[in-house]
Design a protein around this ligand. Structure first.
Ligand SMILES: [Ca+2]
Length: 94
């Protein structure tokens, strides 16, 4: 019984260790994607109004046909979270 409890404790400690290492890796990837998206967003948002207009979008070499699909709230501009959502969607479906 004692050996079983020891093995169980070791497994759960190791299991938690693996889970948190994997979660830490996922968190690092998420932060990297968010940071890269933020940097790209700032570059495309030429007038720095925190919204990417269709003109800014195409001036950055982006395909105009994709603008409406990314503009989730249909306000005619792309906010950071709309762009991040599109980046995540693209990463998950590549
Ligand atoms: Ca803008």
């Amino acid at each position: 019984m004692r050996r079983f409890v020891t093995a169980l404790t070791a497994a759960s400690v190791l299991g938690l260790g693996f889970a948190s290492a994997a979660e830490a890796r996922v968190d690092r990837v998420k932060l990297a994607v968010m940071a890269r998206t933020a940097a790209a967003f700032r570059q495309v948002d030429a007038d720095r109004n925190r919204s990417i207009s269709p003109a800014e979008f195409t001036a950055a070499g982006k395909n105009a046909e994709n603008f409406d699909a990314i503009d989730a709230n249909d306000d005619g501009g792309l906010g950071y979270f709309e762009v991040l959502r599109a980046v995540i969607f693209r990463l998950r479906n590549r």
